[in-house]
Design a protein around this ligand. Structure first.
Ligand code: F6R
Length: 258
């Protein structure tokens, strides 16, 4: 648990770790998220690439999810998001970036083939996650099987409302998505979950301090042996053990520091 003063500081640290993973392994396989939360991280990675410090030529990426019914050219698709915030601004090779095809005519086949691609290119070395107010990761909404694989999911009303800001007409927000499952996410070697703002405080506290339950899908991360949860002060406000987490981080031996 790493609680930073601000989302800016937290994003700096996460970008540093991603950079380090790529320096250590130029062919690293990243699992990437969309949404508001990782935006600053992507900006920082782009800056480091422009400064000649980061090379994405051999890096591969798998995105967590995509809306069903909209294609990669649609401004609200996650394929478009990734291109405009990261891929087109760096030297990622298009053939190394993977995301489910929102326009597929056969969703079951597309999800199976996505799993196969992850199995072939993976395992994912570093998986980046945001968290929904309802505790979802990817779009594994409450009730998702803790062992689920990439499949079709139906967004909750709350998630659709949260995502409405990105769509010009709220009625147009897709209802369905394809998302990596919780079982898929759990196979990543390392996971970094980020959460910023007081709206995420309850989800963070249930994820970290609540019981593991399909009702709070992010709580499955308690079973993973290499997870970092990087949050700002506001998102930490409901943690019972907050002081302890801060104390642990302050006492970290040098060799454990970023
Ligand atoms: C996005 C994703 C979602 C988001 C979550 C938080 O690819 O998988 O789980 O990470 O909905 O979204 P923001 O960051 O917009 O609050």
């Amino acid at each position: 648990m790493i609680i930073k003063e601000s989302s800016e500081q937290a994003s700096e640290l996460v970008a540093h770790w991603i950079g380090k993973a790529i320096e250590q392994n130029p062919s690293a396989v990243l699992g990437l998220a969309t949404g508001k939360t990782p935006l600053r991280v992507y900006e920082k990675l782009v800056q480091r690439h422009e400064a000649g410090e980061l090379n994405f030529k051999k890096v591969k990426s798998f995105n967590l999810d995509e809306y069903v019914g909209i294609g990669p050219e649609h401004p609200n698709s996650y394929a478009h998001y990734m291109r405009s915030h990261l891929f087109a601004k760096t030297n990622f090779k298009e053939e190394n970036t993977f995301i489910p095809d929102g326009l597929t005519q056969d969703i079951v086949k597309e999800c199976r083939s996505y799993e196969k691609k992850i199995a072939k290119e993976g395992p994912i070395d570093l998986q980046l996650l945001g968290i929904g107010r309802d505790g979802h990761i990817g779009f594994n909404e409450p009730g998702s099987s803790l062992r689920s694989r990439t499949r079709l999911k139906t967004l909750t009303k709350e998630t659709r409302e949260d995502n409405a800001v990105h769509f010009s007409e709220s009625s147009r927000i897709p209802i369905h998505v394809m998302t990596m499952g919780l079982g898929t996410i759990m196979e990543a070697k390392q996971i970094i979950l980020m959460a910023f703002g007081k709206d995420k405080a309850q989800a963070v506290s249930l994820c970290v301090e609540g019981p593991v339950s399909a009702f709070v899908p992010a709580s499955i991360l308690q079973f993973h042996n290499n997870v970092k949860i990087v949050i700002d002060k506001e998102a930490s406000s409901l943690l019972k053990n907050r002081e302890y987490y801060e104390w642990v981080y302050a006492q970290k031996p040098d060799w454990q520091m970023p």
